[in-house]
Design a protein around this ligand. Structure first.
Ligand code: DOR
Ligand code: ZN
Length: 345
């Protein structure tokens, strides 16, 4: 049995770093294991313009622990007022790696997102022209649609029509949670990829709701039935280049999670790699872990994979903190519900 594994250093293709005290506290949890991350723009107020992204990037760089080698890959938050020329300039200068689409109201800080897709057509066409990818939070917000169906309905009502209307637009379906998402990606060979989170490989909806409500397992898109979790595990561990890691590690302080109206988000930056090695070993797919964490993402984004290497070794149970302290309050680390034996050495 294999007990060490060397990978190119991983990247996280979907991450929430927040700002201020939270940024300072959670950033080292990511930089310890990841060389680069696609940084989500859903701050309050959101990162909308190139100038916003430059300022946020500077705040991240200032928060980096001394001597840390980490590159934040910045994104712009797409609004109905976004200026295609501002987006193009931010891309041309190398500042911005992707644009993020939140349907208005779909999730945390998405109020400035898109309601009318016709109003962003010009930006999407510009992005297709310059090869700038669109990261998509793929859920409809129609109150008539059941929350467990919001991803599959989004594919039919929004994603497929937008992709057909904008040939050449490169799209990442982020944090897919359904077999429908997996099938849609598998059915397309060009210009489409998907990220999968760590936690959606571990939990299904029972974990959130059976035996008492578990706020630290609540995220968006919400975890679905077991059959969907199994489809995600099959996709992630398959080696298929269209699927790659985006942890969606999304810290909220405990009082905001453990509340009558708790925030969505699982904080997995701390133990993601140990959990993934566990999952890939269970699926007898350790040989595909590097593709998922370190090769498929850069290939989709047309960036070189990292030269540095990370070694994982298997041994006694790994100890990691149950909470990360921030000056705003504690953040609970995702509990996979079993002991972890793969550690980053
Ligand atoms: O669970 C989530 N948390 N899903 C999102 O889409 C947003 C994120 C956050 O920002 O907390
Ligand atoms: Zn997210």
């Amino acid at each position: 049995m294999r007990d060490t594994l060397t990978l190119r250093r991983p990247d996280d293709w979907h991450l929430h770093l927040r700002d201020g005290a939270m940024l300072r506290a959670v950033l080292p949890e990511t930089t310890r294991h990841f060389a680069r991350a696609i940084v989500m723009p859903n701050l309050v107020p959101p990162v909308v313009t190139g100038a916003d992204a430059a300022a946020y990037r500077a705040r991240i760089m200032a928060a980096l622990p001394e001597g840390t080698d980490f590159t934040p890959l910045m994104t712009l938050y797409l609004t109905e007022e976004t200026d295609p020329e501002d987006v193009a300039a931010a891309h041309a200068s190398g500042l911005v790696t992707a644009v993020k689409l939140y349907p208005a109201g779909a999730t945390t800080n998405s109020a400035s997102g898109v309601r009318d897709f016709d109003r962003v057509r010009g930006v999407l066409e510009k992005m297709a022209e310059i090869g700038l990818p669109l990261c998509v939070h793929g859920e409809v917000t129609d109150p008539a649609v059941d929350i467990f169906d919001r991803e599959s309905v989004f594919i039919d009502r929004v994603l497929d029509p937008v992709r057909r209307a904008t040939p050449g637009l490169r799209v990442i379906m982020e944090h897919i949670t359904t077999a429908n998402g997996v099938e849609y990606v598998r059915a397309h060979d060009r210009d489409l990829g998907a990220t999968i989170t760590t936690h959606h490989l571990i939990i299904n909806r029972n974990h959130i709701l059976v035996g008492g409500i578990k706020p630290h397992y609540y995220c968006l898109p919400v975890a679905k039935r077991e059959e969907h979790r199994l489809a995600l595990r099959a996709a992630a561990t398959s080696g298929d280049a269209r699927f790659f890691l985006g942890t969606d590690s999304a810290p909220h302080i405990d009082p905001l999670k453990e509340s009558a109206c708790g925030c969505a988000g699982c904080f997995t930056a701390t133990n993601t790699l140990s959990i993934l090695a566990h999952v890939f070993e269970q699926e007898q797919a350790l040989d595909h872990l590097e593709a998922f964490t370190s090769l498929n993402g850069p290939a989709f984004y047309r960036l070189p994979p990292n030269e540095a290497r990370t070694t994982l070794s298997k041994g006694d149970a790994v100890s990691y903190p149950g909470k990360i302290d921030t000056d705003d309050g504690p953040v609970t680390v995702f509990d996979p519900g079993f002991a972890l034996h793969w550690r980053v050495t």
